[in-house]
Ligand binder design. Structure first.
Ligand SMILES: O=C(O)CCC(=O)C(=O)O
Ligand SMILES: [Fe+2]
Length: 454
């Protein structure tokens, strides 16, 4: 941690490190480190300060040290309260979308860095973010039954513990994971890895989660079709996006007990969902702000000050019983978070708690027995080059051992090869050779950073 705070290079930098930067670290972790350095500053002020300093702990910590914290905390922008919708005209630039596969055709929002655009309307959300939303999604009784069931379950949810640079940190909310069969439960516990470690709490899907699943499935597939037809170039699915219907077989459930519980800016892991993953996210209980921001790739030697990110964050308001679909462009090009709130409206059933159920489609051909393993013997994690222009959008496998308390990462790195439907090259039955321009399993040894154009 010290080396990072002082701006020194981390020891044992690997090719995977070289194509990432500070931003690849979860905001949870950055917040945990900032909180330990500035124990008197609230979570929200820390988050705002981190955002204002482009995710740099060093810069944010420096600013917090100089400031008169108690006064400044009150003045900091973006109070995470339920805000009112800002005029879209203020944020919409004249420039049209880039026209690439990942940008909506409509003009791009040009919100200034550090500002938050609050969106409520489904049309605005579909137009300006990589998401779409369905309000009042379930019949009211069904939503309440699921909420009650999950509130009961969440009494035994736990915070996730992971490691960063010798610090063991905990997620600022609780969660657990549900699968459908006993066999899947056993496999999830013994073969799947998350942040380099096995999950200890995997549960069998509950009656209400199972009851709601087909409705989510139907609605998400409808939203995918709509997105393809109205937003994507030529009305075609994105490259690497699966051409199969979306079929959820797992649910990750989060509980935010009170306004301060949150999740920092992150992209969801693609390791088992594959490229261009779609996720169906159901919100129950207290309404909270889901924030998204686009990741703007930079040249290796480009400083953020020279190319300020023109786009601020967008807050999507997630009321009780709303289904948010994170579309195929979301995880690769954007980050998302649940911001801490100053105030919340208590919910008649949930009190101050919010339950979030993310239904996910785990791909059979990305089972950890099939994916590359690193030298630690742990199934490698699938990532994509997000922040660098060089090799931008390329997928790669890397070691995740560094996230396990007491374990160093081994530096394993390997480019990933998928066909245009996101099938990995080892899936002989489905992989359509020649549809991907990427080299087949090109190998880079640790330290071989030249081959990455760094
Ligand atoms: O609570 C939410 O709406 C988002 C949760 C989330 O981002 C996640 O589980 O990865
Ligand atoms: Fe997420």
């Amino acid at each position: 941690m010290e080396a990072w705070l002082k701006g020194k290079k981390r020891k044992s930098e690997t090719p995977a490190d070289a194509i990432q930067d500070d931003d690849s670290e979860s905001t949870d972790v950055k917040l945990a480190i900032l909180a330990s350095l500035h124990p008197n500053v609230g979570q929200e002020a820390l988050l705002d300060c981190l955002l204002e300093h482009d995710g740099s702990i060093e810069a944010a910590s420096g600013a917090l040290s100089i400031l008169d914290i108690p006064k400044e905390e009150k003045k900091l922008r973006n109070p995470a309260v339920i805000g009112s919708q800002t005029s879209l005209k203020f944020f919409t630039g004249n420039s049209a979308g880039t026209g690439d596969a990942l940008s909506p055709k409509k003009p791009r929002l040009m919100s200034k860095k550090g500002t938050t655009l609050h969106l409520y309307d489904p049309e605005d959300i579909a137009e300006h973010t990589p998401c779409s939303i369905v309000h009042n999604f379930l019949p009211a009784d069904m939503a309440n039954d699921l909420l009650r069931e999950m509130l009961e379950e969440s009494k035994t949810f736990e915070k996730i513990t992971f490691k960063l640079f010798d610090n063991v940190v905990q997620s600022p909310h609780t969660s657990t994971f549900y699968v459908e069969t006993d066999e899947e439960l056993s496999i999830q516990k013994h073969e799947y890895f998350y942040n380099g470690a096995r999950l200890t709490d995997v549960r069998k899907i509950t009656p209400q989660l199972l009851r709601v699943k087909p409705l989510v499935q139907e609605s998400v597939n409808r939203e995918i079709e709509k997105r393809i037809n109205t937003v994507y170039p030529r009305g075609e699915k994105l490259r690497f996006q699966s051409s199969d219907p979306w079929k959820p077989n797992a649910a990750f459930v989060n509980c935010y007990a009170g306004p301060q519980e949150n999740v920092g800016y992150h992209s969801d892991q693609l390791t088992y969902l594959g490229p261009r993953a779609v996720i169906g996210s159901l919100s129950l209980g207290v309404a909270r702000e889901f924030r998204v921001r686009r990741i703007v790739p930079k040249d290796a030697d480009e400083k953020s000050a020279e190319t300020p990110d023109l786009e601020g964050q967008i807050a999507i308001h997630l009321p009780h019983n709303s289904l948010l679909v994170m579309h195929a462009e979301m995880q690769e090009e954007w980050k998302h978070s649940i911001a801490p709130a100053q105030v919340i409206d208590p919910h008649p059933i949930a009190g101050n708690r919010r339950i979030n159920v993310t239904y996910r489609d785990y791909k059979a051909n990305l089972h950890p027995k099939l994916t590359p393993k690193c030298k630690c013997g742990i199934p490698a994690v699938l990532k994509v080059v997000q922040r660098r222009k060089e090799n931008h959008s390329r997928y790669f496998w890397m070691c995740h051992g560094g996230y396990v308390p007491g374990k160093e990462k081994c530096g394993f790195f390997q480019w990933a090869d998928f066909d245009d439907d996101g099938n990995p090259s080892w899936d002989r039955a489905r992989y359509r050779k020649g549809t991907s321009h990427l080299p087949v399993c090109e190998r880079n040894e640790p330290g071989d950073a030249d081959s990455l154009g760094e």
